[in-house]
Design a protein around this ligand. Structure first.
Ligand code: MRU
Length: 350
């Protein structure tokens, strides 16, 4: 029997602007922003109003296409110059998620065949809409493969939000839970709160509640105890960039979970679209790790926690070594070690 569930989404394209779910305000306010200018798109990405690797890429693609659509020139060379400038500006918004550069590059590849400014504008808008639609199909496939893997399990842990609102729909790590819920399967998900900005506490709990999945919040430091005491059977996480050897960058705290899975002998899965592979990097040590403002750690809702002048280190991501990853779930199937080989095979299919 299929159940009707409500899976939240982040984007509504409105011809001259993008309506974007403001993730900063969740869960207490469901507010959609109207984004028009390039600066508004850039700020939305930097301030995490939109976050999650695929969602960042889709937002940037719409931002670039919409801003170029308003650019008033008949000269194709001038148009391409401005395109490059705007693309570089958006590219500088966040460094770790490879999907941002991937989405912007796919717009650039698409307009290389344009013969006029008008044609380039149309191609850009169509390409952004296509990326958005394609990501939904991709995530649904990830969900189907993930559900096959998790079908005999019910108690799963995750970190951050690799969910529907971090993509076009369904998400990556959360996609199996949404699809399982539609099919009447009961999962019990333990969501790590995800310090410092609480993507797990604010977003994953809200999103899974919307779609009727049982979700229990824990602090990140409770993961080891919870895995042992609540018989967690697997951990599933998203990814921001996966190097050629399978080393995976994802939200800070992820590698700690992989180490715990190894200790407790339970599987650790990464779920990501194939656009998250970056085979130009041989290993995770070359993945750029974003460091964010100290206030994310020192303040909660504007209230300061540690003494003034406390030194702060605030890396937003960490890299999980490939040896700790049981499988990588993509839209093209489930990859297993050796990842050098299985990743190369998947990339060559594109
Ligand atoms: O800093 P964020 O919230 O953008 O970090 C997001 C993550 O780490 C996600 O797990 C990853 O981008 C995958 S989203 C499908």
């Amino acid at each position: 029997m299929t159940h009707t569930t409500t899976i939240p989404t982040s984007f509504i394209f409105r011809d001259d602007h993008l309506e974007l779910l403001n993730q900063q305000k969740l869960p207490h306010r469901v507010e959609y922003l109207q984004l028009y200018s390039l600066k508004e798109f850039y700020d939305a990405i930097v301030t995490l109003k939109v976050r999650g690797a695929p969602a960042i890429g889709i937002t940037a693609a719409y931002g670039l296409a919409l801003s170029m659509n308003r650019y008033d020139t008949g000269c194709l060379a001038e148009f391409m110059g401005k395109f490059k400038e705007d693309k570089d500006y958006l590219f500088s918004s966040r460094p770790t998620a490879v999907n941002l550069g991937w989405a912007l590059d796919s717009l650039q590849n698409a307009i290389e065949r344009a013969q006029s400014v008008n044609e380039a504008k149309t191609i850009l808008l169509h390409s952004a809409i296509h990326l958005h639609a394609e990501d939904e199909v991709t995530c649904r496939k990830i969900g189907e493969y993930g559900l096959q893997l998790l079908n005999d399990k019910s108690t799963i842990m995750t970190i951050c939000n690799a969910g529907s609102i971090a993509t076009s729909k369904y998400g990556t790590a959360l996609a199996p839970f949404h699809l399982g819920s539609e099919q009447g399967k009961t999962f019990h998900v333990y969501a790590c709160e995800t310090r410092p900005v609480f993507q797990g506490s604010r977003l994953t709990t809200w999103e899974l509640q919307q779609s009727g999945v049982n979700v229990t919040l824990i602090a990140d430091s409770m993961a080891a105890h919870t895995i042992k005491e609540k018989n967690v059977e697997a951990v599933i996480v998203g990814a921001d960039r996966i190097a050629a050897n399978g080393d995976t960058a994802n939200k800070i705290g992820t590698s700690m979970l992989a180490i715990l899975c190894n200790h407790y002998d339970i599987p650790f899965y990464v779920a990501a679209p194939s656009s998250t592979f970056d085979i130009t990097l041989p290993s995770g040590s070359s993945i750029p790790i974003e460091e964010r403002a100290p206030e994310e750690l020192t303040e909660i809702n504007g209230h300061r926690i540690p003494p003034r002048d406390t030194l702060v280190y605030n890396p937003a991501f960490d890299v999980t070594p490939h040896e700790l990853i049981t499988g990588i779930i993509t839209e093209k199937g489930i990859l297993t070690p050796s990842y050098d080989e299985s990743i190369r095979k998947v990339i060559s299919q594109s």
